[in-house]
Design a protein. Structure first.
Length: 441
């Protein structure tokens, strides 16, 4: 009887967490499409943004969460990841490679990454690795991702844009690592998605390697010859694409996903994004994966900002980089009418970040992991500062240390379960579970 009562209590508590505070007003500096709104407010109800305005317009009968010293921004959208691999710690290659085919054949890569991941699959733990990866993403302010395991329906923490974004009338998003190995059936599905109205999107890895690597450069020629140069297609990596190639991409409406940290870690350089920007290619920023890229979008923003500052002249503004993490990726997958902006009648996918500078955009591009105060997906607070999580959900959730500060995940995120299952399994492989955050990224 006592056990049954305990189960009932837990179920009731979880239901309370999921249903608590369906209508909430956040007040702070709101990052709107036209720029920051000082002393702004965002009214969230049933997973949607109802109104955006000044804090003077707050209804009296709704819960009010005051984050006046923070920035309320659109949730970050990650268009390039390999989620379940993010349970593994950073891999620091002892050399730079010519193309992806080079490092994928190295025995050290098999020992540190491929074999352990295969073991997780065989142990039935790959969905726990997926869960842990999504928790890492939430802690970085990510609300939408791609590259998840398709056989983990119970793990649905972020919006999985390439599986089920959970948005009405969403166009199809296809995420493919090796486009030149697509079967006839897969190509037919992709062609149908790209020909639909509104058209879907295809995210594909092309020309991944060093800028002057012949095999990586040849992939771009194959890309054109095989009819991929069309609207809705988005190239990931593209380090070996020449300047003229970006002009062709812009004319065809082909987007580009930039992952600078992983490119530089593996190949010693990154794509010619200066010429891509000049050509007018729509670009998104994404971390690739945490073994050689950033832990998540926040870390990749910080890395991109540091890279940008080192260029003469700097090709991007901080505003450009923030747009590459929010509005642009939404546009590239045909979801800019639903996510990527803080506007009325959009999905309430938001991130609240501590303001550390007068410049709102610079605060976001230079934010540290501990600066994420709230991550909100589908109108629910899923990660953030303990007091804010308790105020939103009624209970604080599962507490965790992020770079010296106490944060919390919502109870239904099941953080302790993922850690409990993954830690001993990965230790038996001679590895350790990757940290939720890297401090000082």
């Amino acid at each position: 009887m006592k056990a049954n009562n305990l189960v009932a209590l837990c179920v009731g508590l979880l239901a309370s967490v999921l249903s608590h505070a369906q209508t909430v007003v956040l007040t702070g500096t709101v990052l709107g499409p036209d720029g920051p709104i000082e002393h702004g407010s965002v009214l969230v109800r049933d997973g949607r943004i109802v109104t955006v305005g000044s804090d003077a317009s707050i209804p009296r009968d709704v819960q009010h969460i005051d984050v006046r010293d923070a920035i309320i921004a659109p949730g970050f959208i990650d268009l390039h990841n390999h989620m379940s691999f993010n349970a593994f710690p950073r891999w620091k290659p002892a050399q730079e490679f010519g193309a992806r085919y080079d490092w994928q054949q190295k025995p050290v890569y098999n020992v540190l990454i491929t074999a352990p991941h295969k073991e997780l699959v065989e142990l039935g733990l790959v969905c726990e690795a997926e869960r842990y990866a999504e928790l890492k993403a939430l802690a970085q302010g990510e609300t939408s991702t791609v590259g998840s395991e398709r056989n983990c329906p119970s793990v649905n923490l972020t919006r999985k844009l390439d599986i089920d974004p959970g948005l009405p009338n969403a166009p199809i998003t296809i995420y493919n690592t090796f486009p030149f190995q697509m079967t006839a059936e897969q190509r037919e599905v992709a062609d149908k998605a790209l020909s639909a109205s509104p058209h879907g999107s295809l995210l594909i890895h092309v020309s991944e390697g060093a800028p002057r690597d012949a095999s990586a450069a040849r992939e771009f020629e194959m890309f054109k010859q095989q009819g991929f140069m069309r609207a809705g297609v988005n190239i990931i990596h593209g380090v070996a694409i020449p300047a003229a190639g970006f002009v062709d991409m812009a004319k065809a409406g082909v987007g580009f996903v930039w992952s600078p940290r992983s490119n530089i870690e593996l190949y010693g350089d990154t794509a010619d994004v200066t010429n891509a920007h000049v050509a007018g290619v729509t670009m998104a920023l994404a971390p690739d994966w945490s073994p050689t890229g950033s832990v998540g979008m926040l870390g990749e923003l910080q890395y991109a900002a540091a890279w940008n500052l080192a260029q003469e002249p700097s090709p991007f503004t901080d505003r450009d980089l923030v747009i590459m993490a929010t509005a642009n990726p939404a546009r590239m997958v045909g979801l800019d009418s639903q996510i990527g902006y803080i506007l009325a009648d959009r999905a309430a996918d938001l991130v609240v970040v501590r303001r550390t500078s007068r410049d709102v955009y610079a605060s976001l591009t230079h934010a540290a992991p501990q600066d994420v105060m709230l991550t909100i997906v589908r109108g629910q607070a899923v990660f953030g500062d303990l007091p804010l999580m308790k105020q939103w959900n009624g209970v604080a959730g599962d507490s965790v240390q992020i770079c010296g500060e106490v944060k919390a995940f919502a109870l239904n995120m099941s953080l302790p379960t993922a850690i409990e299952k993954l830690t001993p399994a990965i230790q038996r492989m001679g590895r350790v579970l990757a940290p939720l955050a890297e401090c000082g990224e």
